[in-house]
Design a protein around this ligand. Structure first.
Ligand code: KIV
Length: 308
């Protein structure tokens, strides 16, 4: 079990100077967070990709602040020694600053996050400044910003031509000046991401943004191929195939219940000696339902491993 202390924004900034690449993965609940922490990631993102990979929506737009708070709290319980960033969901930071800060308060106090992430550039600078001034670290997110998928015309690579590359550079600089501690670059041409990474003093964390970023982030379900809808994307690498293992395990379970192979002798709890005969004489018994005699099995009172 790990006893390490979570990173903080000062250490994260130092990691860029030391060229120590940041590793980030999403998690949404206790088991995914626990496994991510045990595997040694630097940061966990409770991403609003929750909508796609856990809740079954076809975009992140339906994800609510309540969803994020609930999943962030479960994640924090599973990864008590890891720096946790929670996404501000769709339209929770485009109204008044007061409203924005209320959402941030919930993610920090109820969701137990250490920082929040927000999608957008120049237009969210006032909100970023207000959040940072209130003492909460902000992770920026530019490039492909899934919450604005309807205005950017689909899931397209950003920063491919000079004008778009300059736009992204300006957005990244504006976020840095507003106080963001790092910026996620999603689906950005490698050369553009590399230039932004060189230009900023804060770390860039790439997803589909090439090899020169200061760190990388991937979605948990993509990394381990756990029924993820993103699986075929070029920027994703899957490092394990737990989805197939889970499916095969459940198929075996179904088959064994159907065939009677499960539960077997070692999965059952036996009544005291004589109880079977007494039940048979009281209620009648059939040869087919007869169970084996209690031979060295734990009694029902002992119930080893029967907490549920
Ligand atoms: O919600 C999410 O998982 C994200 C990552 C893809 C960066 O924003």
């Amino acid at each position: 079990m790990t006893t390490k202390r979570p990173l903080n924004v000062v250490k994260i900034a130092k990691m860029k100077q030391q060229k120590d690449r940041l590793t980030m993965i999403t998690a949404y609940d206790y088991p995914s967070a626990k496994l991510a922490e045990e595997a040694g990631v630097d940061l966990i993102l409770v991403g609003d990709s929750l909508g796609n990979v856990v809740l079954g929506y076809d975009s992140t737009i339906p994800v609510t602040l309540d969803d994020m708070v609930y999943h962030s709290r479960a994640t924090a319980r599973g990864a008590q020694h890891t720096f946790i960033v929670a996404d501000m969901p769709f339209m929770t930071y485009h109204g008044s600053i007061d409203e924005t800060l209320k959402g941030v308060r919930r993610l920090m106090q109820e969701g137990h996050a250490h920082a929040v992430k927000m999608e957008g550039g120049i237009e969210i600078v006032p909100a970023v400044k207000a959040i940072v001034q209130s003492g909460v670290p902000v992770l920026g997110h530019i490039g492909l910003t899934p919450q604005s998928v309807n205005t950017i015309g689909g899931y397209r690579v950003q920063g491919k031509d000079e004008a778009d590359a300059k736009r992204l550079m300006n957005e990244a600089k504006a976020l840095e000046q507003a106080g963001a501690f790092a910026v996620v670059l999603e689906l950005v041409a490698e050369e553009t991401a590399a230039a932004i990474t060189r230009e900023l003093s804060i770390p860039t964390i790439g997803i589909g943004a090439g090899r020169q970023c200061d760190g990388q982030v991937l979605v948990f379900h993509d990394v381990v191929k756990y029924a993820s809808p993103y699986m075929e994307k070029r920027f994703v690498k899957t490092f394990a195939d737990v989805g197939s293992q889970i499916r095969e395990g459940i198929e075996d379970y179904v088959n064994e219940v159907k065939s009677g192979a499960f539960p077997a002798e070692n999965h059952v709890f036996k009544a005291d000696e004589g109880v079977s005969e007494s039940l048979d004489s009281l209620y009648g018994g059939s040869a087919e339902q007869e169970t084996p005699k209690n031979e060295g099995q734990p009694s029902a009172k002992e119930e080893v491993g029967a907490q549920r």
